[in-house]
Design a protein around this ligand. Structure first.
Ligand code: ADP
Length: 501
């Protein structure tokens, strides 16, 4: 574990990555639903367009059929002459009676075709200009209508705004194209197509509609708003998780009892000093009185005895107070059976608990641990307490050196049947004269220190069959080494025996 800016970045980076992935996924969903909506609108519009144009061209066949039915009509009353005035899409009407030739030569072939097919036939197709002839062969006269496609489109019922709609609509036949509405064509993006012939045998033009959607048409604003909302949500979640983590740490600290116990110890020490002071003062007064009574001529022996008894009572009171203090200081009862504990896990748990403190003091922390568990026989709570105390001491020592020089190295390993943890700091180390006294109760060099931490650690380690040793590192700082017996691993024979049952 290393509490460096890189680790901090990794921590933030993970949230950033989650945000990016979720934002992208959200954007993809929004984009897809927008494209689906556009496609559905396009297909509906294209179908309406096809139906409207089909309805109109079918009319042309009907007009021609009506003209053929109305025969014979005299030239003078020829009703067909009035058609262009009635239908804007009819530009001209031609009629051929008997053996007379067509005024427009191209109509001849179409008439022959119409006679063969028994339906109107196309002639003089010029789709670029939107013009064509429709010829119906009949007796005694044949008729031909010249149509203008521009006037065929029923704009009043048209489902799109012809000038601004992005959809391109054309009529196509025999490699010729009539542009109904130009639409907007752009490279890249998505394209939807529709192609269907008009529902008229005589005018089999394909209705072709195309919709192209560029990247710019995607709902970027919605995507951006969604990403911002997501960022807010994740920030909120992160805060909640952090608060929960802090609460958990605080509870854990309380469980370890470190904070609570040290506070209580402070109060206890003050109370004890007060309580011991009283019997000592009384003891002094009684012995002085006793001395005076013995010095009297003649000595007042009965009264001196009373004073001596009083002195003894006060001395017992003081001893009681000290006894009470010892009982309070005496640490967890280790009658609970020791269990196999992974030393690395205990160290990680203690480090995790103190991570904010280490970070706040900018202490570079390295943990060197074996890949496999180092399983020692211990009481997990007591072990965590020892590690915690050692770390807190190192933290306090490191506060005495400048920020750039604060380093903490923890290593966990095993050798010769014992598991070992060393805690090494780059602090000022322990003064030579203090080194032999470190584990004495109430030995402290810290203002406000109680001098009970290391004593407790040593006691706990001893009760678990282990040892705690303090030393100075040759280069700088203090090194504390905790050794504990390894939990005896199952031999191969035992493991096999277990497996076979
Ligand atoms: P306290 O922390 O209340 O003083 P401890 O028993 O934990 O009680 O520590 C006793 C003394 O040992 C400290 O006052 C300090 O002088 C010394 N000590 C402990 N750990 C370290 C360390 N990592 N570096 C230098 N001195 C230390």
């Amino acid at each position: 574990m290393r509490t460096t800016p890189l680790a901090a970045f990794r921590h933030h980076g993970l949230w950033l990555l989650v945000w990016c992935v979720l934002s992208l996924a959200g954007a993809a969903l929004v984009g897809r639903s927008e494209l689906a909506r556009q496609q559905s609108t396009f297909e509906t519009d294209a179908r309406i367009t096809h139906r409207l144009l089909s309805q109109r061209v079918v009319q042309h066949d009907a007009i021609l059929a009506t003209l053929a039915l109305l025969q014979p009509a005299t030239d003078a009353s020829a009703p067909e002459r009035r058609l262009p005035a009635l239908y804007s899409q009819i530009l001209a009407v031609e009629r051929r009676d008997g053996g007379a030739p067509w005024a427009v030569p191209a109509l001849d072939t179409a008439e022959t075709l119409s006679r063969a097919l028994r339906r109107p036939a196309l002639a003089g197709l010029d789709l670029a200009a939107g013009r064509f002839w429709l010829v119906l062969a009949a007796e005694p006269a044949s008729f031909a209508l010249q149509m203008d496609l521009k006037a065929v489109v029923p704009w009043a019922e048209w489902p799109m705004a012809a000038d601004t709609s992005p959809v391109r609509v054309t009529l196509e036949h025999a490699s010729q194209t009539f542009v109904v509405q130009p639409g907007r064509m752009r490279a890249g993006g998505w394209q939807y197509d529709f192609r269907k012939p008009l529902a008229s045998d005589s005018q089999p033009f394909d209705v072709v509609a195309t919709r192209q959607i560029g990247w710019g048409e995607l709902p970027w604003l919605t995507m951006a708003v969604q990403a911002v909302i997501l960022a807010g949500g994740l920030a909120g979640l992160r805060t909640v998780l952090r608060q929960r983590e802090q609460r958990r740490r605080a509870e854990e600290l309380l469980r370890l009892g470190q904070v609570a116990r040290l506070n209580a110890m402070g109060e206890l020490a003050a109370g004890m000093a007060h309580e011991i002071n009283q019997p000592l003062t009384a003891l002094l007064a009684s012995t002085q009185a006793c001395e005076r009574l013995l010095d009297d001529e003649p000595p007042d022996l009965p009264l001196a005895r009373v004073a001596a008894e009083q002195a003894a009572r006060q001395a017992r009171r003081a001893a009681d107070v000290v006894g009470r203090l010892r009982r309070t200081v005496e640490q967890p009862d280790l009658r609970a059976p020791l269990r196999p504990v992974d030393l690395r896990q205990s160290v990680r748990a203690a480090l995790h608990l103190l991570a904010p403190e280490l970070q706040a003091r900018q202490i570079r922390t390295d943990m060197e641990a074996a890949g496999a568990p180092v399983t020692v026989l211990a009481d997990a709570v007591a072990l965590e307490q020892i590690v915690h105390n050692l770390l807190v001491n190192a933290l306090q020592a490191l506060e005495q050196v400048p920020q750039g020089q604060r380093a903490l190295v923890l290593s966990v390993g095993e050798s010769g049947g014992t598991g070992a943890l060393t805690v090494r700091d780059s602090g000022p180390g322990v003064a030579a004269e203090a080194l032999p006294r470190l584990f004495e109760p109430f030995f402290t060099t810290r203002p406000g220190g109680l001098g009970l931490g290391l004593n407790l650690c040593e006691t706990l380690a001893g009760r678990m069959g282990g040892q705690l040793i303090a030393a100075n590192h040759p280069s700088r700082g203090a090194v504390f080494t905790l050794t504990l017996p390894l939990a005896t691993p199952l031999g191969d024979g035992a493991a096999n025996a277990l497996n076979t049952h």
